[in-house]
Design a protein around this ligand. Structure first.
Ligand code: G6P
Length: 467
């Protein structure tokens, strides 16, 4: 696939790249460009001929594309053996590092660092090494390299050894665990992760809180930051893209369909909508969100028949049993609430478990209330996107544990994500907010949410890395 033969001036490295391939029935490869903050943020470099994005082949289609030498300019996919990738991605990155930084371990989901873990850790090292070697091969003298996320924590240190001339940055899209939780990792592994990260010239985080947690870990377990600088860049929503995309024909179609599913209130007026959009991800706390909605219907009978909870969930990481179980639990609870409270003309929960960005935008447009209640979240872009797109202005019920809370807390209704009755009360407050107040707050939320759009977010990091 596209290689710059050592001429790239700006390089990005991430597990998931901007494009993926599927093999069609006729054997032809079909390319699909991904969405999301990282992709739109890094598209800022997309037109630059000296830029290269190094990513991993994730699907059979991706591997086939690598073998056939098919690819996009500016993108190099690494065909890492499927079993090594599975160990590194599912085993270490998503089952251990993700759980540590989101503090998700709780009985009976406990960390087990046994021989199997050691085998997976060796794969994680090999996977990181494959990235470091590809980057070393592609980078021009003195080039800037922006390594992304917890999948690639060892890359900065490895790359530093191969190419001391490079400017190396690393950006974390997740929270960072505080020292007392981080030390759960075996000492040698924790040391490797920290030394790997500290191989970078500069580390970026989404909020002060995560940057401070990293610094505290480095001080306690790695003798400090050394020469590594730490900075904060709060990735914002892409207002221009969202507003335009939200009015395309496929979104209009989804809106009509959603309106049909929501239906009118008994007095003929519009029903209120509480919207949430997440990956089916444990840290997003979808189950407690549904329990809070059930509590709202129980404690505030006045909302029955007059509100609908639109919950859109994108299937995520379904290779992992705990994610599959979680997805099933979300489905089961939504069915239970519908059976308990639903009437012939009213379905209290409209749940869709499917990857459908157009439907998400349609739901954003219709939102009266956005529910964003993660247990812990690096930023949470949904909290930033809904106020930008919602037509009447939305009230935002927001977990204090989401990175976005640092920027949006003043105009949101803050919740403790574990507190179900507290979240139900917040939903009631959000639904009861005067329309003028709601519109004003939503406007301020949208302004704060778009302060650092993705392209600027990336350029700022590059400037800081070079400066
Ligand atoms: C989080 C991570 C990203 C990741 C995304 C989707 O936002 O920080 O690096 O790409 O989740 O997860 P997935 O496992 O599907 O790539």
């Amino acid at each position: 696939m596209a290689s710059t033969n050592g001429a790239a001036q700006v390089l990005v490295a991430s597990n998931r790249g901007p494009v993926s391939y599927t093999v069609g029935e006729d054997g032809a490869l079909e390319a699909k460009r991904g969405g999301g903050g990282l992709v739109s943020g890094l598209s800022a470099i997309g037109s630059d001929a000296d830029a290269l994005w190094v990513c991993s082949a994730l699907s059979d289609g991706d591997r086939e594309a690598v073998r056939r030498g098919i690819g996009e300019d500016g993108v190099r996919m690494l065909d890492i053996p499927a079993d090594v990738h599975a160990d590194a991605y599912n085993g270490i990155a998503n089952s251990v590092l993700w759980f540590v930084h989101h503090m998700l371990y709780q009985t009976p989901l406990e960390p087990v660092f046994d021989a199997e873990f050691r085998r997976q850790w060796a794969s994680y090292e090999a996977y990181n090494r494959a990235f470091a070697e590809a980057l070393a091969e592609e980078a021009a003298q003195g080039a800037a390299v922006a390594v992304q996320d917890y999948h690639l924590t060892l890359v900065p240190g490895m790359l530093r050894e191969l190419r001391p001339d490079l400017r190396i940055g690393h950006f974390s899209h997740t929270p960072w665990a505080p020292p007392e939780y981080f030390r759960m990792l075996p000492d040698d592994v924790a040391g490797q992760v920290l030394r790997g990260m500290l191989g970078a010239d500069r580390l970026g985080f989404l909020t002060e809180r995560w940057a401070e947690a990293f610094t505290a870990c480095a001080e306690r377990f790695a003798g400090g930051l050394g020469g590594t600088r730490v900075g904060v860049h709060g990735l914002g929503a892409d207002a221009d893209f969202l507003r335009k995309r939200a009015h395309e024909p496929d979104v209009e179609e989804r809106m009509a369909a959603l309106r049909q599913e929501i239906g009118p209130a008994p007095d003929g007026g519009a029903r209120r909508t509480i919207v949430r959009v997440d990956r089916t991800e444990l840290s997003k706390n979808i189950v407690r969100g549904l329990l809070a909605y059930r509590r709202l219907l129980e404690a505030h009978a006045e909302w029955r028949e007059r509100v609908v909870h639109v919950a859109l969930a994108y299937p995520s990481r379904q290779d992992l049993a705990v994610y599959r179980d979680y997805t099933a639990e979300v489905q089961r609870l939504a069915d239970e609430i519908n059976a308990e409270y639903g009437t012939p003309g009213w379905k209290p929960v409209v749940l869709h478990v499917k990857d459908d960005f157009a439907r998400s935008l349609a739901a954003y447009r219709l939102a009266d209330v956005a529910l964003v209640n993660p247990i812990r979240d690096g930023m949470n872009l949904v909290a930033k996107e809904v106020p930008v797109v919602s037509e009447a202005g939305c009230a935002l019920v927001l977990s204090r544990e989401a990175g976005a809370h640092e920027e949006l807390g003043e105009d949101a209704i803050t919740v403790n994500p574990y507190d179900i009755t507290g979240t139900a009360t917040a939903l009631h407050e959000a639904l009861s907010m005067r329309p003028e107040e709601r519109a004003e707050r939503s406007k301020r939320l949208a302004a704060a949410a778009t302060a650092l759009p993705p392209a600027q977010w990336f350029v700022d990091q590059l400037d800081a890395l070079r400066g």
